[in-house]
Design a protein around this ligand. Structure first.
Ligand code: PEP
Ligand code: MG
Length: 561
């Protein structure tokens, strides 16, 4: 079990010892920096650059001037030793972050806790406790686990992780997913009620933990485990085959990426290029926005790696959960998900938009690049964005800078208004990509960050099926291809419905490509059309879900057992 089990001494220090204490503090910060950099390098080698980036956030904590200055002030004002001062100040930060009404920011408390524990251990000369080494395979139950502790786990021995705190977006969970260890988190005070002799069954798929399961439960889960293993084997056996349905309809399968570093995963997944490049992540790493050149390098790198397959570069979308709403560009907003973001931002900050369009156009010379605008709500925005694009093209022509003159431009369909206007939008762009994450949120009026109503966020809602059908029909009439790039496209329960509704392309995270490919190859378009038809005839979302789930269970999960 993990706990913040360091006894930090509260000895007082006199003024003449302050400089000595500051020196000790600086040394502890430096040692911590070395340790984190070492873990970062190990994680980068083991899991890749993306996962390693978690530790950049930790390095930022120890470089935080406010935290350091406040600690020194706390020592000077209270006459307490630097360790005690640092413990007090970091706990204040942890407390403040834990109370923020935003799941992502709340999770940052864990980053600070992780780093501050290291700093204190270094200050006190205590060796890192970490997780005790396990001799036998075990489920790890603890109050909380930090990303660096997760990274250091022996994935052979730790069968699953169960914690009292945390959420699906916490870095420790992301890390656990990368090392393929199931994790169920946020179980309040679960760890207090568990004894070392208990047997625990962890169902990472449904987020369930069963303590001392009955024989019947064990038998049921034994069957599920056999089904999953058989499905994994079947999925891998078609990993290099094209995503063609049994009656010959081919679906284009592309990958969603967040940066220019995920490219091996895209290539290994066998995706036909990138269907959604969420470019805003390039803007979230540094203190300022990257300029045209830095963006060009990233876009050209992806374009070259994927050529001749396309890369759909989505212009900036600082969604509510991606950026702090108090900076030069953003104010606090009551409803940031339907606020100042995406194309609305770009049409106001046209300089930022033009820099990005210039970078994308320049990269188009090095591969098959397409442009896509997010959160389009109607023709006006699409026409304005296209007009700015034409201006930028003209400017590049004037400077003899090469680019692909007939670069394809697409519109995301993620605002219900755009879905209703799809026939008109189709006259001004050459492809659609349905962003179900935002579309469902806006269509059903469910704020994604509000956990009181999270259970109402429902891809199986009949209105969702109808609106997708509307977009597909409009696209087909106009000869505009329709893709789906939201999370719904990577969920094997909903993929059959999307196929039946007639979408042409799916763009999903690289890890979901194999299962989606398998599914496509094992169904016929005709039967998917019948399934979607039946689902669209139902008014009740539960019945739609049951229909889709039963199909997945019978035709996919249990098919090979
Ligand atoms: C979507 O809304 O479905 C989408 C793909 O965009 P994002 O998740 O980046 O908002
Ligand atoms: Mg979106």
């Amino acid at each position: 079990m993990l706990a913040h089990d360091l006894e930090v001494p509260d000895d007082s220090v006199s003024e003449e010892d302050f400089p000595k204490e500051v020196n000790r503090f600086e040394k502890a910060l430096l040692d911590t920096r070395h340790q984190i950099s070492k873990i970062r390098a190990e994680v980068a080698a083991k899991l890749g650059e993306d996962e390693a980036r978690i530790f950049d956030a930790h390095l930022l904590v120890i470089e935080d001037k406010a935290l350091i200055d406040e600690t020194i002030r706390e020592m000077e004002e209270g006459g307490i030793n630097i360790g005690h001062a640092f413990d007090t100040v970091s706990n204040r930060y942890i407390d403040a972050f834990s109370r923020i009404d935003d799941e992502y920011l709340r999770e940052r408390a864990t980053d600070i806790r992780d780093v501050s524990r290291r700093v204190l251990q270094n200050l006190m000369g205590v060796a890192s406790h970490g997780i005790p080494k396990m001799a036998e395979p075990r489920v790890l139950v603890c109050h909380d686990i930090t990303p660096s502790e997760t990274a250091g786990l022996d994935a052979e021995k730790v069968q699953a992780i169960v914690t009292d705190v945390g959420s699906r977006t916490s870095h420790a969970v992301i890390m656990a997913r990368s090392i393929l260890v199931p994790a169920v988190v946020g179980l309040r005070d679960f760890s207090k009620h568990i004894r070392g002799s208990d047997w625990i069954l962890v169902d990472g798929y449904d987020g369930l933990v069963v303590v001392n399961p009955s024989e019947a439960t064990m038998a049921r889960y034994g069957k599920i485990q056999r089904e999953k293993k058989s499905l994994d084997e079947r999925i891998m056996s078609v990993a290099s085959l094209p995503p063609v349905m049994l009656d010959g309809r081919e679906i284009t399968l592309r990958a969603n990426i967040e940066g220019a570093d995920n490219l091996e995963r895209v290539q290994q997944s066998g995706a036909s290029g990138v269907g959604l490049f969420r470019t805003e992540y390039l803007f979230l790493n540094g203190p300022g926005f990257p300029g045209e050149e830095e963006q060009f390098q990233a876009y050209a790198k992806v374009a070259k790696a994927c050529a001749p397959e396309p890369v759909v570069i989505r212009t900036l979308d600082f969604g509510a959960d991606k950026v702090e709403r108090s900076s030069v560009y953003f104010n606090e907003e009551a409803n940031p998900f339907i606020g100042f973001r995406a194309i609305r931002f770009c049409l106001e900050y046209t300089d930022v938009f033009k820099d990005q369009l210039r970078a994308i156009l320049r990269a188009s010379h090095y591969g098959n690049v397409r442009i896509m605008y997010p959160m389009i709500s109607g023709c006006e925005e699409l026409l304005k964005a296209n007009a700015i694009l034409e201006e930028v093209k003209e400017e590049l022509r004037g400077r003899d800078i090469p680019f692909s003159a007939d670069i394809e431009v697409g519109s995301m369909i993620e605002v219900p208004g755009a879905a209703m206007m799809a026939d008109a939008l189709a006259r001004h762009c050459s492809f659609f990509s349905i962003g179900t994450n935002d579309l469902i949120q806006c269509l059903l009026a469910i704020d994604r960050l509000n956990d009181r109503i999270a259970h109402l966020y429902e891809p199986a809602h009949p209105a969702v099926l109808r609106i997708i059908r509307n977009v597909v029909e409009a696209g087909r009439k106009a000869g505009v291809k329709v893709s789906v790039c939201g999370e719904m496209a990577g969920d094997p329960i909903y993929v059959p419905l999307l196929l039946g509704l007639g979408v042409d392309e799916l763009s999903v995270s690289p890890s979901s490509i194999p299962v989606v490919r398998y599914l496509i190859r094992n169904v016929s378009y005709r039967e998917m059309q019948a399934l979607a038809e039946e689902a669209c005839g139902l008014d009740d979302l539960r019945r739609i879900f049951e229909l889709a789930e039963a199909f997945y269970r019978e035709r996919v999960l249990e098919a090979g057992v």
